[in-house]
Design a protein around this ligand. Structure first.
Ligand SMILES: [Zn+2]
Length: 580
């Protein structure tokens, strides 16, 4: 395994040089010189036994010592790399608690629609992309959200545009534009035709083909209905030579890894990948090309496939702690933006609609039994209050008779909208609330439209309430739904300040220390990795970041100016802002 030699070799070289240099350096230090020392730092260790330090030493991929500048300077040998932090804050490497790694890489090469002012601006982006594309080539974009536009599209159903202007902009190219929530796609007529979707096509289970008053498909495909177009797109991709396709996937993974490191992410919880992607991750890890440590949840596989494959895919700490597979992702509902989150009471702005069930409860129950039988964690996406209640009920029912239910550490992904009665159940049962601080600030402005002011305030993004009941709350961005930037999510977690300047129920904010824990030690715990990551202490992996501002103490406004100066992963400086 190439990655292993890359990391171990410097350490072996050090031992040789110590021998060649004789005893002098060894006697002076009373311990072998370190491979890397970090000096002149303001280290927040997240380790209760030593919360602060000025300096730390690394050998191989592990932290060996923390202390004062003078104590750690004694470990500098002739080949030791010294990183002077210039008094800046150093924290454990951020762990992205819920993201989509390959989709991040893919999104780097497609149209970014997140900043569009309105639908017309998106149509312009598509027209320009089409002008440079071959006839029949797919035009892909992502990140639009109708609630974030300055005006409602002229042709629309409930604020969601019809594809009429898209058809005119791209008459000969299939166009597929993913909603920011990841729970719907806008397709033009060419893409619908390739997917066999006409006005007569019935909705698939777990999905909606939106139609106008005359019954004409509008191009808006919610949840499982989008699979029809995605399958058409992958049929087109499957005609590509397999080596060329693999090269594309490798580029996505490398691009995602580079962006993660730039933003201080050293570990990534990938919220649902099929076994084929895990095969790719394993190859990349073997080649030293998986740039961040990956905690991959198995997703997009039938229960039959899980039953056949879970045992042989289970791996913990593979390739020197670069790949772990011991969890499964399921999805009980959709999202609020696409009116597909499953609610106890109907939507305020669609009074007949209670949302969608995406994976049936019977299917998830069978998955849960497979998880228990194979020693896997189960992480179920639930956004609406009904979805969350059903998943809590399901976990509780299955855990009866388990020797240590709290030891299972099963998670609910998003846990976004909770009936107040269900809040204390997370801590009581031992269910992890896997949340995203940035969502509250990014989506807060339109919550009341979907749920009404009262429900939005009492039951969405309940960080403080969950934390105070003793639940483990984790943090992330759901990238590419939001930018992978952990500092933006940290800012959202502690201020709940939205881009329009208003705050979204600030009483549900976390403290700075809690928000940092949610992004480091809690995310490590949620992946059974608390003895490796999330704290800076001897024996832990040397994964840490140097930040331009002290995010635990500066005024709120300076949080958003904070930049990652260095990212260190496994004792190697893998990103420096100056070098870029
Ligand atoms: Zn997700």
């Amino acid at each position: 395994m190439k990655i292993k030699t890359v990391i171990v070799n410097p350490m072996m070289g050090r031992r040789c040089s110590v021998l060649l240099l004789g005893m002098f350096a060894v006697v002076a230090a009373a311990a072998p010189p370190a491979d890397l020392v970090l000096l002149n730092a303001n280290i927040e260790t997240m380790d209760p036994s030593r919360p602060r330090a000025e300096a730390l030493a690394v050998s191989g991929d592990r932290i060996t010592a923390l202390g004062s500048n003078s104590e750690i300077s004694a470990l500098v040998g002739p080949d030791t790399r010294v990183l002077d932090a210039g008094g800046k804050l150093v924290v454990p490497g951020f762990i992205e608690g819920h993201g989509h790694f390959m989709a991040l890489g893919e999104s780097q090469g497609t149209l970014d629609l997140r900043g569009a002012r309105d639908w017309d601006a998106i149509v312009v982006q598509v027209r320009e992309a089409t002008a440079g594309a071959a006839q029949g080539e797919w035009i892909i974009g992502r990140g639009w959200h109708q609630e974030k536009w300055s005006s409602v599209p002229r042709d629309n159903v409930d604020g969601v545009p019809l594809n009429i202007s898209l058809n005119a902009a791209a008459p000969n190219n299939p166009v597929l534009l993913e909603h920011a929530s990841g729970h719907g796609f806008m397709a033009n007529a060419a893409a619908l035709a390739l997917a066999g979707i006409d006005d007569m096509r019935a909705d698939p289970p777990g999905g909606t083909i939106a139609r106008d008053a005359a019954g004409v498909a509008t191009g808006w495909l919610v949840d499982r209905a989008a699979d029809l177009v995605l399958e058409a797109q992958s049929r087109a991709a499957s005609t590509r030579d397999p080596a060329a396709q693999r090269a594309i996937y490798r580029e996505w993974a490398l691009g995602a890894g580079r962006e993660a490191l730039e933003k201080g992410i050293t570990s990534f919880h990938d919220a649902g990948v099929p076994f084929a992607t895990i095969d790719l991750y394993r190859e990349l890890a073997d080649a030293g090309e998986l740039l961040v440590r990956m905690y991959a949840m198995v997703g997009y596989e039938s229960n039959a496939s899980l039953a056949a494959n879970l045992a042989r895919y289970r791996m913990v700490g593979y390739a020197n702690n670069f790949l772990t597979v011991r969890s499964i992702k399921r999805m009980v509902d959709g999202a609020l933006g696409s009116h597909s989150a499953w609610l106890l009471e109907p939507y305020d702005d669609e009074p007949q609609n209670y949302g969608l069930v995406v994976d049936s409860l019977a299917m998830i129950e069978e998955t849960a039994r497979l998880a228990l039988a194979n020693g896997y964690q189960l992480n179920t996406h639930a956004i609406g209050d009904r979805a969350n209640r059903e998943v809590l009920d399901l976990y509780a029912q299955l855990w009866v008779g388990q020797a240590n239910p709290h030891g299972l550490r099963w998670r609910i992904e998003h846990a976004q909208h909770l009936h107040p009665d269900d809040v204390p159940r997370f801590a009581q049962l031992g269910v992890i609330a896997s949340m995203h601080g940035v969502s509250a600030t990014s989506d807060g402005s339109w919550m009341a439209k979907r749920l009404g002011e009262k429900r939005a305030g009492e039951s969405t993004f309940l960080w403080r309430s969950l934390w105070d009941t003793g639940a483990v709350v984790t943090n992330g961005t759901d990238v590419p739904v939001e930018d992978i930037d952990p500092l933006a999510s940290f800012y959202g977690s502690v201020t709940r300040r939205m881009t329009n300047g208003d705050t979204f129920y600030p009483e549900e904010s976390l403290t700075r220390a809690e928000a940092l824990a949610s992004y480091t030690s809690n995310n490590a715990w949620a992946a059974f990795e608390e003895d490796l990551k999330g704290r800076l202490a001897p024996g832990m992996l040397a994964d840490f970041v140097v930040l331009s501002h002290d995010i635990l103490r500066v005024p709120d406004a300076e949080l958003l100016q904070t930049r990652v100066l260095h990212t260190v992963l496994g004792g190697r400086i893998v990103y420096s802002r100056d070098a870029n």
